[in-house]
Unconditional design. Structure first.
Length: 202
């Protein structure tokens, strides 16, 4: 693992399809000209990817995950990423945020701390259509604001939107987790009933 390459936003700034704020923030929706590394790479930033079409297999800290339409994946700074496979029709929206940019936004927002534990344990979540729409609305609004290079408060506005986006993702993840727990509870209850009353359940 000592040969793992470190990559940050400054490394990918040469690609014209992206909009940037310094070396702290990048947003783009065209990944065709951007090489996704086929070898383990440490990304010194957080990356939000929403797959819109096609599929992509990646490894996050050596654990494999598959992205298909509707899957949102969030990675954290310093995690080790590797692309395994990407279909030719793969499309998505991408937001890359430096660790410092996140630290500037979240120093006192303790309510969001559980979100990062969720992301670390399970970086991928499959979104409902209305949840996909919400994430894409944030993406569109962020992209518009980042393009306003003459706005003296462009960075602060972007940070505020990123904070709102994290709250949106936290809500989605919390509701998904609650739904999974309900399903698990029903399954356990049915199993208990079957064990106790096997002759009465058909």
């Amino acid at each position: 693992m000592k040969n793992i390459k470190n990559v940050d936003i400054a490394t990918i700034r040469r690609f014209p399809a992206m909009d940037f704020i310094g070396n702290d923030f990048a947003i783009f929706d065209n990944i065709g000209d951007i090489p996704l590394f086929g070898y383990p790479t440490r990304l010194n930033a957080s990356c939000l990817t929403l797959c819109l079409k096609g599929h992509c297999r990646i490894r996050i800290n050596l654990k494999e995950h598959e992205l298909t339409a509707g899957v949102l994946v969030v990675t954290l700074p310093e995690q080790i990423l590797q692309q395994v496979e990407r279909s030719d029709d793969f499309t998505g929206v991408f937001i890359v945020v430096s660790g410092q940019f996140i630290d500037d936004v979240l120093p006192t927002v303790q309510q969001l701390f559980p979100l990062f534990f969720m992301i670390k344990e399970q970086p991928c979540v499959h979104l409902k259509p209305e949840e996909m729409d919400a994430i894409q609305e944030y993406y569109s609004f962020l992209q518009k604001k980042v393009k306003l290079k003459d706005n003296p408060f462009r960075k602060e506005i972007t940070q505020g939107l990123i904070l709102s986006l994290f709250y949106e993702i936290y809500t989605i993840r919390a509701m998904s987790l609650r739904s999974e727990k309900r399903k698990l509870g029903k399954k356990i209850s049915l199993n208990v009933l079957f064990v106790r009353f096997p002759n009465h359940i058909r």
